[in-house]
Design a protein around this ligand. Structure first.
Ligand code: GLY
Length: 302
């Protein structure tokens, strides 16, 4: 649950809490003692809910990210990402992308060149998919360059997105996509990166999908996967202080629990215990009986 951004119900990206620093980079030193930051951020994204159960999509995930507000720029950010993937994790890069340019935003030739210099051969240009943000009703935004690696099924999976926050847009992404944007260039290029822990683990552990990793205990059918994802998301949301209701966050939570009930063949309690076991010692998860209570309520309604 975001602490300082009323424009969103849930934190959807690692950069969410850092939005103000992209237009006010000096305050990073004051607040964090550094221009450079790394985080592991709990995120909820419901926009992809219909994709949940495939190889890569989840409503709850942990986003690893590194951020810079004037400490380092494009070249360093791409170099760090490249070195981490190749040297630290020992993975091969399948291909990378860069922004092809549109309207006032030029083609990101600089990122293309940096990747070439690093010896990456498959460098693809892309459009709206590789322009990030803003989240909520306004914020930093800019071209991204993404890294894809192959999973054990030979599928290309987007592992990491390096966002180059060069602009500020005082409106939603929806308005930006309708061409109503009047993008303002920010004074200092901001770096924002996002690497989903679950996808990364699946790739490193040579699994075909995120549900085969030890973050999930091997879920085979799509129904089992949906239940596992939704119970996990619900448990994290409740642990952040939300209860099922008919409005706002509580309603999203209610919908997640009820959707899990519809796909589950057994009481959700079993899955609640499994999720707690996986995260024991890392996150203090407690659903305070809310999942079971909501499950009973829904079953009665049905
Ligand atoms: N802000 C980059 C990402 O969430 O992927």
């Amino acid at each position: 649950v975001p602490e300082n951004d009323p424009s969103v119900l849930f934190t959807t990206a690692g950069m969410q809490q850092f939005k103000p620093y992209y237009t006010n980079p000096e305050s990073a030193i004051k607040d964090f003692g550094s221009k450079n930051i790394v985080t592991a951020q709990k995120c909820i994204r419901t926009g992809d809910i219909d994709e949940v159960g495939d190889a890569t999509h989840l409503t709850f995930f942990e986003m690893l990210g590194n951020f810079s507000f004037g400490g380092y720029g494009r070249r360093e950010a791409i170099n760090y990402a490249h070195d981490f993937i190749i040297k630290e994790l020992g993975l091969d890069i399948s291909y990378v992308t860069f922004y092809k340019g549109e309207g006032v935003v030029p083609k990101d030739e600089e990122s293309q060149k940096i990747w070439q210099e690093l010896g990456v051969h498959d460098i693809r240009e892309d459009g709206a998919d590789v322009f990030w943000g803003p989240t909520g009703d306004s914020g930093p935004c800019g071209p991204t360059t993404e890294i894809y690696c192959k999973n054990a099924d030979g599928q290309d999976v987007e592992i990491w997105k390096v966002v180059l926050n060069e602009y500020f847009w005082d409106g939603s992404r929806e308005k930006l996509d309708k061409g109503e944007a009047n993008l303002k260039k920010v004074d200092v290029l901001g770096i924002d990166t996002g690497m989903g822990l679950e996808r990364l683990v699946a790739t490193v552990q040579k699994k075909k999908n995120v549900y085969e990793t030890d973050l999930f205990n091997n879920k085979e059918t799509k129904d089992e996967r949906i239940v596992a994802d939704h119970v996990k998301a619900s448990l994290f949301i409740i642990s952040d202080g939300v209860v099922p209701s008919n409005t706002s966050r509580g309603y999203v939570l209610r919908r997640l629990i009820r959707r899990a009930v519809r796909f589950s063949k057994t009481p959700l309690k079993e899955e609640v215990l499994k999720v707690k076991e996986v995260y024991k010692g890392v996150y203090n998860l407690d659903d305070k009986g809310e999942i079971e209570k909501e499950e009973q309520k829904f079953k009665k309604t049905l």
